[in-house]
Design a protein. Sequence first.
Length: 142
Amino acid sequence: MLQGESELTLDGKGRVAVPARFREALAGLCEGKLTVTKHPTRCLLLFPRPAWIDFRTKLLGLPMDVEAWRRIYLGSAMDVEVDGGARILLSPELRKWAGLDRELTLVGMGSRMEIWDRSRYLALEEATLASPMPESLRNMVM
């Protein structure tokens, strides 16, 4: 289970350190082999390889009316590995698309993680908190 939030810094070569609390989980889940791809909210999705394979299989099984969306996810997917310095390399194309600068936020979302530009993530969080909570969630947590 990948959960929690970490503030990260992108280095000059486009690498980001995997937080210590995720390293052990990722070593066990995927031996440090990950796949990164675009998400429509302009963040990057970071999947342990087995979770990516499951997601990809489900995506490929959807009808043709999702072909353009399938292209976004599959066409931008890149396999990466955690290096000896516990970092992953994010491609210039993906960094540019997600508007990633130096300060990032990594969010564990269960079977995957999201990589956000920190200021965009904080703005989204504030907008979410300012909107009404969906009834299905309110019934669960209140």
